[in-house]
Ligand binder design. Structure first.
Ligand code: HEM
Length: 496
């Protein structure tokens, strides 16, 4: 009896185990990506060491968060934070002259002034320029009546052309547009761990910028505090052909994906009123809501240069890495923070809301805080004038799928059943891509974190330079071609 019983159990086991395995595999799109992301975060923390103090937290509420962010002693950017090696690795080449990474002082002030000057201009002119770039790119890249696109990829050439025009005051040739989008894609994909970084691709753009600088073809006064042409090329590349192109493409991808997934919001943004104009106020609410719900920065960090007391017995000593958590801060101060609800802005002013999409005015805010909303609005109108947007994919802040979407030309009708089929296809493909992508991200992310830890770009730089980029050792000084110079070349990897 016992034997029969055991035999029955044994034959039943594979069936049960098999069913469980099949169930596990089929349900993997629902749990595996999340588990892998959590594992990646743990791997990063293990390799990088403690991450610093994340605020808001139990002791630092939303009001205190803003005071802490604006504190004059929360001013260090790179030196002394383990995180910096990783950011410098991803934003290479030239992370040592990227505005985001410069320590406060005359060099930072000169670079920030130059960026502001390049981004300045009359609103109508900037909007018209952005609209023209969008019109050209959309007409070139989306010729059909119904086209599946990834919104981030579609937006990159728009912003490559736009920022090329701002920097060079002339249209962007197709080959240069490819160089810029190749560079920007490489940076953002490696940041999201969906691809390894390819320095050769990025250096092709650096060489192009060096040629233009040597030919005197950059119509701006670039900071004397960046002494070499290579420094200047890296500054232009990092700020305008990496950060600007990436941030604008990501912001547009979030906004357009949200419109694709909220058809009523989309119609209201597209439809013209009785006076023939758009409801610009409502579009403003939608843009605010997209940046609230999907802030481009997950965390911005500062290294404290002196002790900061936050009251209630809480204080942070000099050298603390403060990590300002944007999604957590944005989620406070409003009801149902996880909903995408532009209507909340009817009774919530950007001033009163816990809303800092461009950082805080007192502490190195984004230099594009005025330009970005202007040009986003102009490009959104160009898209909505041409297409109806449909999507059903997941929408997360990190948006690693690059926002798959169906664009249907306005005036062209797609039968309801075909639209439903496309939406079902997008949803299913997204789920399964997520499984493969999260495995890839775990592998590539780990490889890059280990590589960055080996190279230690920020730590190495500050072993040889002060906070203003001046060599610490005579042997590291520029122009030293003697034995000391060769020795310096061996010791310090940063060209002067
Ligand atoms: C919608 C688009 C954008 C958003 C939401 C955004 C957001 C931000 C945020 C939150 C910060 C501050 C982070 C901190 O406190 O450390 C920042 C900094 C910065 N952003 Fe943007 N950004 C956008 C577009 C741009 C563009 C178009 C540029 C073009 C140059 C740009 C260049 C920079 C630079 C250089 C910094 C560093 C500022 C400094 O440290 O002085 N951003 N951005």
């Amino acid at each position: 009896m016992e034997q029969v019983g055991r035999a029955r159990t044994l034959t039943a086991m594979p069936g049960a185990a098999g069913a469980a395995a099949v169930g596990l595999a089929l349900s993997s799109p629902y749990w595996l990506p999340r588990a892998l992301v959590a594992l990646r975060v743990r791997v990063f923390a293990a390799v990088n060491g403690p991450e610093g103090v994340v605020v808001p937290n139990d002791r630092v509420g939303p009001e205190e968060f803003l005071r802490l962010y604006a504190d004059p002693a929360a001013d260090g950017r790179s030196r002394g934070a383990g995180l910096s090696d990783l950011f410098w690795y991803w934003l290479s080449p030239g992370p040592e002259v990227h505005q985001e990474h410069l320590e406060p002082g005359p060099r930072y002030a000169a670079v920030a002034r130059t960026t502001n000057a390049i981004l300045a201009g009359a609103s109508t002119e900037l909007s018209a320029r952005a609209a023209a770039c969008a019109a050209r790119v959309l007409d070139e890249l989306v010729p059909g009546d119904a086209t599946l696109v990834r919104l981030r990829d579609l937006m990159m050439p728009v912003w490559a052309e736009f920022f090329h025009e701002l920097v060079f005051h002339e249209p962007c040739p197709p080959a240069v547009r490819d160089l810029i989008t190749g560079n920007a894609r490489d940076v953002v994909d490696s940041l999201k761990n969906t691809r390894l970084r390819h320095m050769r691709r990025r250096e092709r753009l650096t060489r192009h910028l060096l040629r233009r600088l040597a030919a005197g073809e950059v119509p701006h006064d670039l900071p004397a505090e960046l002494p070499t042409d290579r420094d200047k090329a890296h500054y232009l590349q990092g700020t305008f052909f990496n950060t600007a192109v990436v941030q604008m493409s990501e912001a547009m991808a979030h906004l357009l994906l949200a419109l694709a997934e909220h058809p009523r919001v989309q119609s209201r943004c597209r439809d013209r009123g009785a006076d023939g104009g758009y409801d610009e106020r409502y579009l403003g609410h939608v843009m605010n809501e997209a940046l609230r719900r999907y802030p481009l920065f997950g965390i911005a960090h500062r290294i404290t240069s002196a002790r900061i007391e936050t009251g209630g017995g809480v204080g942070y000593p000099a050298g603390t890495v403060l990590c300002f958590d944007y999604p957590a801060y944005h989620a406070t101060g409003t009801d149902r923070p996880d909903d995408f609800d532009p209507g909340r802005w009817e009774h919530l002013s950007a001033r009163d809301a816990h809303h800092i999409p461009f950082g805080v005015a007192a502490n190195r805010p984004c230099p594009a805080w005025r330009l970005a909303p202007l040009v986003t609005r102009a490009v959104t109108h160009e898209v909505l004038d041409r297409f109806t947007l449909h999507s059903s994919v997941s929408h997360t802040r990190s948006i690693p799928h690059r926002a798959p979407c169906l664009l249907v030309r306005r005036g062209h009708q797609l039968p309801g059943h075909r639209l439903a089929a496309v939406r079902a296809f997008l949803r299913a493909r997204d789920r399964w891509e997520d499984v493969g992508r999260s495995l890839l991200q775990l592998g590539l992310g780990t490889a890059m974190v280990l590589h960055a830890r080996r190279l230690r770009p920020a730590t190495t730089y500050f072993a040889h330079h002060d906070a203003q980029g001046r060599p610490l050792h005579p042997a590291d000084a520029p122009g030293d071609t003697g034995a000391g110079g060769q020795d310096a070349a061996r010791r310090c990897p940063y060209p002067h």
